[in-house]
Design a protein around this ligand. Structure first.
Ligand SMILES: Cc1cc2nc3c(=O)[nH]c(=O)nc-3n(C[C@H](O)[C@H](O)[C@H](O)COP(=O)(O)O)c2cc1C
Length: 397
């Protein structure tokens, strides 16, 4: 490690200073390269030239890549997660340029690598001045770009926790602390820490009707292209008071509630028959948002279930008919046989089986949660009143 960052380097508790220090080291190597250009015609690949070529090779073969990885894998993604408004726009324009620079600098380095290797082992003394100049110019412009925008942005936006996170990632990349025992998976999980700060949620921002508020957030989730925006967790409780949960896809939401489709003999359906209260949870991590919904569950009408069933692709309809959801079966082959048997007889417009249809949760309580800095999140909860109206209040994080 000390080969890349001498003892005088700032500590990893100041990761941005470390990155700037790396730029200092790069500038020194670039100056050595330029000196080598004028040295070689006069002295050939003498001891001094061989050493200089070796030092430049060593630096750009390893340390420079670590530095690029710091930016690509940590600094830029972390900035993307916190930058807003003008910063976000600057970053959106800048990040692709930085990544492109890295690629092109790597390509330029490949051109130099072979010549420097030959100089370092004393077998040749040719160094292309055009390649050196291109490499030096590209790196210099690149570093200036980073120093004038990304570094100050990180200094302004990162919390102390985020600085620690960045410094730790950079340290790990350099294998620092390799002698220390590897952290257990438990410690690694405990160390996973992401600070939120994309947006806020105020009493004045939210709509009076939580279903409209949900619609607004859902549309924003669609627009942000979050992964499976309609996937929600459904928690049910059995007749012994024991909870269980699973993901399903919400297929409809409106003033009547939230609807999903499933098998009426499944575990969740049995639990809902014993206890018709359930809790739904949407987590849109890309937007640092969750929505918690609680209420009583009813079945959808046969007409509604038919309509949705017939809108599904044929193979999904056949699967729904063939699967006794939640019941054990000996193996996959048996499952496939059941499907084939259904497919052979059902035709291309099979009727919806009686044991398949929709559930609708009629909400009594809906909470909107927006992640904020340092775990000081925003929570606004709506509760249905006896007269059918909604009352809302803020909850502590
Ligand atoms: C992304 C995703 C979407 C799912 N969507 C549904 C669904 O809409 N309906 C459903 O019955 N199961 C769905 N499942 C499967 C359920 O999670 C679960 O395995 C199944 O409903 C059986 O649950 P149960 O035994 O508790 O009744 C989905 C699973 C995932 C991961």
């Amino acid at each position: 490690m000390n080969d890349f960052l001498p003892d005088t380097a700032p500590g990893f508790d100041q990761p941005i200073a470390v990155l700037k220090h790396c730029h200092g080291r790069i500038r020194k190597q670039l100056a050595t390269l330029e000196r080598l250009l004028s040295h070689l015609p006069e002295h050939g690949a003498d001891e001094q030239a061989r050493q200089a070529a070796g030092a430049v090779l060593k630096y750009f073969e390893k340390a420079a890549h670590l530095h690029h990885d710091d930016e690509e894998q940590d600094l830029i993604p972390m900035l993307r997660a916190v930058a807003q408004g003008e910063d976000a726009a600057t970053l959106q324009a800048l990040a692709p340029i930085i990544l492109q620079d890295h690629k092109e600098m790597d390509a330029l380095w490949q051109d130099l690598h072979e010549q420097l290797t030959a100089i370092a082992d004393g077998s040749a003394n040719v160094l292309s001045s055009t390649n050196v100049q291109r490499f030096v110019q590209r790196y210099t412009a690149h570093m200036e770009r980073e120093e004038s925008t990304m570094a100050p942005m990180a200094m302004r936006l990162f919390t102390p926790e985020q600085m620690t996170q960045l410094g730790t990632a950079m340290q790990r990349r350099r294998g620092i602390g390799e002698d220390a025992p590897a952290p257990s998976i438990g410690d690694a999980v405990a160390d996973l820490r992401k600070d939120y700060g994309q947006a806020s949620l105020n009493e004045d921002d939210v709509l009076d009707d939580p279903m409209l508020q949900f619609t607004r957030w859902f549309e924003q989730a669609l627009k942000a292209q979050v992964n499976e925006p309609n996937a929600m967790n459904v928690a049910t409780v059995d007749s012994n008071g024991r909870p269980s949960s699973r993901i399903v896809l919400v297929k409809q939401f409106d003033e009547r509630g939230f609807t999903w489709y499933t098998n009426y003999d499944s575990r969740k359906a049995q639990e809902l028959r014993a206890n018709p209260y359930a809790a739904l949870l949407f987590f849109w991590s890309e937007l640092e948002r969750q929505v918690r919904i609680e209420g009583r569950v009813e079945t959808t009408s046969a007409e509604e279930s038919d309509k949705y069933f017939h809108s599904r692709p044929l193979k999904s309809r056949l699967s729904a008919i063939a699967s006794q959801q939640s019941a054990p079966i000996e193996n996959r082959a048996a499952l496939e046989r059941n499907y084939e048997a259904v497919a052979a007889t059902a035709g291309d417009a099979p009727a919806r089986p009686d044991n398949w249809g929709g559930f609708r949760l009629v909400p009594e309580r809906i909470e909107f949660w927006q992640g904020r800095r340092s775990r000081f999140h925003d929570r606004i909860v709506y509760e249905r009143q006896e007269d059918g109206s909604w009352a809302r209040q803020r909850l502590q994080p």
